[in-house]
Design a protein around this ligand. Structure first.
Ligand SMILES: NC(=O)c1ccc[n+]([C@@H]2O[C@H](COP(=O)([O-])OP(=O)(O)OC[C@H]3O[C@@H](n4cnc5c(N)ncnc54)[C@H](OP(=O)(O)O)[C@@H]3O)[C@@H](O)[C@H]2O)c1
Length: 297
């Protein structure tokens, strides 16, 4: 471990679900002194057996250390904890590293609330599984005032050695993480839908796996091409137009219908292509679908 990560060795963690306990274990493995609190006691006990100190309430976790990582299901859980434990008077001088997934409005509310009560906030989104924390695969998107991010840096590096600083705008990790969730999430949902269609049609999962890997090999280059076309406003040139992609998707719809698989995803995709056609984008490149998703001026 670098000297940098040893600069701040004490931290509290509130919320010990899959991610919160992964965070606490990663800090412990890195030699930090970790105080923990969770609503259900058994998760505290499990961390204590790994070397953490137990807190009797969230107020004790806040008192125990200047830096407090919060990682709960959602912001309503955090709001409930603040209300039930009357925490608003406890944030003076505390730096909350908020890693709970929320909405833009919740993230903004939280930052103002903590600052009004004398605390500081670094807000972030975890972009990896708990098992990846503390390794090069650990991924954290963070935002907050520069001085706050700087003071949190030694702790953030323990979780994700190359954490990303998105600047001062507190809502940026929420926006980027959700945008990436659409990208990766829809692709994986598509994989599951594709497996259902293949299996219903008597195709072996091994054949599907082999061919999805072959077909998917184009994805990194294709994504980069789409992004460049959108960046340059150059969506006219194409190897396969929106019309041609739309016909392909109609064929998927037809095959799925014949096999009797659920058409919910095909119907949604068809709507996207119908809107593109109505906007006169049919002859353009797939990158021109950007216009379907961008808010109307
Ligand atoms: N798991 C992942 O791979 C992953 C990846 C990226 C981001 N995240 C984000 O990390 C956050 C935590 O996810 P997770 O996977 O750790 O969830 P989880 O395993 O379901 O844990 C949820 C945590 O929230 C607590 N909680 C929920 N409602 C509460 C309430 N009303 N009062 C007090 N505590 C409450 C739970 O306490 P109890 O133990 O008492 O129920 C538990 O500590 C989420 O925002 C998630 O989006 C997770």
């Amino acid at each position: 471990m670098s000297d940098h990560t040893k600069l701040n060795k004490t931290v509290s963690v509130i919320g010990l679900g899959s991610m919160g306990s992964g965070i606490a274990h990663t800090f412990l493995d890195a030699g930090c002194q970790v105080s923990v609190w969770n609503r259900s006691r058994e998760k505290i006990d499990s961390l204590v057996s790994s070397g953490a100190s137990a807190c009797n309430g969230p107020e004790d976790a806040i008192k125990a250390n200047t830096h407090v990582v919060v990682c709960l299901t959602d912001y309503s859980a955090w709001k409930k904890i603040i209300e039930e434990h009357d925490l608003q008077g406890h944030f003076e001088g505390t730096c909350i590293i908020q890693l709970t997934t929320g909405t833009i409005e919740e993230v903004q509310w939280h930052s103002s609330f903590i600052e009004e009560h004398g605390g500081r906030v670094a807000d972030g989104a975890v972009m990896c599984y708990p098992r990846d924390l503390g390794t090069d695969a650990g991924s954290l998107l963070m935002a907050g005032p520069p001085n706050v991010l700087q003071e949190c840096d030694p702790l953030l590096r323990v979780l994700a050695p190359t954490w990303t600083n998105l600047g001062e705008d507190i809502k940026k990790p929420t926006i980027l993480s959700r945008a990436l969730m659409v990208d990766v999430g829809l692709s994986l949902i598509g994989t599951v839908n594709g497996v259902a269609i293949a299996r219903e049609g008597g195709i072996s999962l091994d054949a599907f796996l082999q061919h999805t890997n072959n077909v998917g090999a184009i994805l990194p280059a294709e994504k980069a091409r789409l992004i460049e076309a959108i960046r340059n406003g150059d969506t006219e040139k194409t190897q396969a137009s929106i019309n041609s992609w739309g016909e392909g998707q109609k064929a998927v719809h037809s095959v799925a219908k014949s096999l009797g698989t659920n058409l919910v995803l095909q119907n949604a995709v068809q709507t996207v292509f119908e809107e593109a056609e109505q906007m006169g984008l049919g002859k353009q490149d797939l990158s021109a679908l950007f216009n379907v998703f961008t808010p109307a001026q």
